[in-house]
Design a protein around this ligand. Structure first.
Ligand SMILES: *Cc1c(COP(=O)(O)O)cnc(C)c1O
Length: 446
């Protein structure tokens, strides 16, 4: 596909936002990134987007469609980042764009309830029965923050148990031993979090049921961790957490910000059969717009203000554009869609695994439902320590070789791959062909 990106006339005619790159006379990724870095710390608004872990300068995106991205130099990439999982129907899906456009023309935010909020909350409840009540907000981080506050308020206890390698967003009390960017950037946690903010956070190894006591308000877990690569819970782990929480009267919080509506209609809880008290959502439910949500048992959720004493509010919460985009995305996600996603995930995982094996690179490519991991080590990871045995240097070489071949992976060795509805057989096969060449180059450069 070749489109006239950064051709000033065509860009302006198409109303392309990337016209800024021509309007300013800046045409290269390097120039544009340098200019960004002069005003935005590190040139990125989410640390995970930086190329710190893999070296080099990020490509600067001009536009995207389906499985494709184009940078401001007009280079085309097949995209496996898909906004870190916020996009599932493919970039700029016509139904999602139409829904946003329709909503926008009716106003973009009000300060009073709207029918779309109700519809999205009902849609979430109908797919995830544990969510008897749902509250919408603006990001996954806000969802985990609110879930923790709610659990503490509902139980009158302070202590939170999390698992090493699970990532719950940019939340002070939850950044200890986090996956994703915290792992990628090699941070022990983060500066700026007072000891008091984490003094009630206990970090346990994943896949081992910790023994709790009655100081624990909640256990928060990614039931299928997807921020330390993709790690499968061992049989009985999640059920064991449920039982241990019940034994001491603690709440179980599932962070399904990635897995919710991606792994299947009912999220990972429908797969594992363990029912949490509170579930956190984000990413897919906003159709690519900023959103977050928590859902849970009615008696727990009704501790939220205005019914209860646990405060939550947000100027843009339940935003008309985000709820319109989310509803449009969910309407595309029927059983056939999930079957397709699972088949494409297997095709991608098998192809990548074969490509890396042919190049002699030790790798495990786990495929769980519709998600694909990439663990550059001989044996599957079952916890964060094992996940960290991934060969980060090899990942960096493979990442750059893939980028040269026109395939965009997330610039971190602990991120998963997000095949979506736009990843047709032809797209997956192109990615796999590219991976064969990229793996050979990465192996030779080692
Ligand atoms: C992305 C993510 C979050 C944070 O969501 P944001 O919308 O980035 O704030 C929380 N939990 C998990 C599991 C995530 O993957």
């Amino acid at each position: 596909m070749s489109l006239p990106y950064c051709n000033p006339t065509a860009c302006v005619a198409a109303g392309c936002e990337a016209a800024t790159c021509t309007g300013a006379g800046v045409r290269s990724n390097a120039e544009l990134f340098a200019r960004s870095a002069a005003v935005i710390p590190g040139g990125v608004n989410s640390s995970i987007r930086a190329f710190k872990a893999v070296g080099g300068t990020p490509y600067v995106i001009s536009r995207a469609a389906g499985a494709s991205l184009w940078d401001v130099e007009g280079k085309h990439y097949l995209d496996l980042v898909q906004s870190y999982g916020a996009i599932i129907a493919g970039h700029a899906h016509p139904d999602v764009v139409a829904a946003i456009t329709r909503a926008a023309s009716d106003g973009t935010s009000y300060g009073a309830p709207t029918p779309r909020e109700m519809k999205l909350a009902e849609e979430i409840r109908s797919r995830v029965p544990s969510c008897e009540r749902v509250r919408l907000m603006n990001s996954g981080s806000e969802a985990t923050t609110t879930a923790v506050r709610l659990a503490r308020g509902a139980t009158g206890r302070d202590r939170i148990v999390k698992f090493a390698g699970c990532f719950h967003g940019a939340v002070d009390a939850l950044l200890a031993a986090g996956g994703s960017g915290v792992a990628t950037l090699g941070l022990p946690g983060t500066a700026g979090v007072p000891a008091a903010a984490v003094s009630e956070t206990l970090v346990a190894p994943f896949n081992v049921v910790p023994q709790l006591d009655d100081n624990v308000a909640a256990v928060i877990v990614e039931p299928l961790p997807a921020n330390m690569g993709l790690v499968e819970p061992t049989a009985g782990f999640l059920a064991g957490l449920r039982a241990e929480c019940d034994r001491v009267g603690a709440l179980l919080i599932f962070d399904e910000v990635i897995t919710g509506f991606r792994i299947g209609r009912g999220g990972y809880q429908a797969v594992c059969g363990v029912v949490p008290d509170i579930t956190c959502f984000g990413k897919v439910i906003g159709g690519g717009l900023p959103i977050g949500a928590i859902g849970g048992r009615r008696d727990v959720m009704e501790n939220l203000s205005p019914l209860g004493t646990v405060f939550h509010a947000g100027t843009l919460a339940g935003n008309p554009l985000a709820t319109a985009a989310g509803l449009a995305a969910l309407s595309l996600l029927d059983d056939d869609a999930y079957d397709f996603l699972a088949v494409q995930a297997r095709r991608l995982g098998k192809g990548l695994g074969d490509a890396l094996a042919s190049a002699g690179i030790p790798a495990v490519v786990p495929v769980i439902g519709t998600l694909v991991g990439l663990h550059l080590a001989p044996v599957p990871a079952t916890d964060f320590d094992a996940a960290k045995t991934t060969d980060e240097g090899m990942f960096a070489r493979f990442f750059h070789a893939m980028l040269d071949e026109g395939v965009a992976l997330a610039p971190g060795a602990y991120e998963v791959l997000f095949p979506g509805l736009a990843h047709t057989d032809a797209v997956i096969d192109s990615i796999v062909d590219a991976a064969g060449r990229a793996a050979a180059r990465a192996a030779n450069a080692a």
